[in-house]
Design a protein around this ligand. Structure first.
Ligand SMILES: [Zn+2]
Length: 174
């Protein structure tokens, strides 16, 4: 493994340990040329996935990028990092099991929204606002309505305002 700091080839594994509930191996590496330390992850990859952007551009699927966008949505939310890892792993497995090499970025966006909806309503709204390019308050109301709609069947229709049922939806996650 090439050193990311000096591009030297003399790097050594100092420590390997399972992580993400044994779904990955984390290796601490050190460069003998510059002393730089870095970490690599070994994960099972069932198949190669290519993301097709809105522009039509095709880029290799990047788990780290997906993970970062999920983490941004979950910033300062009371969700443990293991749960975030599980969510990301679950998303990757879903993508891999689709059986298609080319996956439109819109499909990935919808999967992330679906996963966040179940995990944390605030993160869901955050992600949706970026992903769907919200421009006005009505856009937020629509997505809040979707969250409210999720718990509606268990309630008397028409008695709860959207904001009340939204708060209830948030409370039920605990
Ligand atoms: Zn180095």
């Amino acid at each position: 493994m090439r050193c990311p700091y000096c591009n030297g080839d003399n790097t050594q594994v100092k420590d390997s340990r399972p992580t993400e509930e044994n779904a990955a191996i984390r290796r601490r590496r050190v460069c003998e040329d510059c002393g730089g330390r870095f970490t690599t992850f070994e994960r099972i990859q069932l198949r190669e996935i290519v993301v097709v952007k809105r522009s039509g551009r095709r880029v290799p699927f990047d788990r780290e990028k997906l993970s970062r966008s999920v983490e941004v949505a979950l910033r300062k939310r009371p969700i443990q990092s293991e749960r975030v890892d599980r969510l990301v792993s679950g998303l990757v497995r879903q993508l891999e099991s689709m059986g298609e090499q080319d996956v439109p970025s819109s499909v990935i966006g919808e999967l992330v929204m679906e996963a966040l909806k179940g995990l944390d309503p605030v993160a869901y709204v955050r992600f949706a606002s970026v992903y769907r390019h919200f421009r006005e308050a009505a856009d937020f109301q629509e997505v809040l309505g979707e969250i409210a709609g999720r718990v509606e069947p268990a309630q008397e229709a028409g008695t709860a305002t959207p904001s009340q049922s939204g708060a209830e939806a948030a409370g039920r996650k605990h």
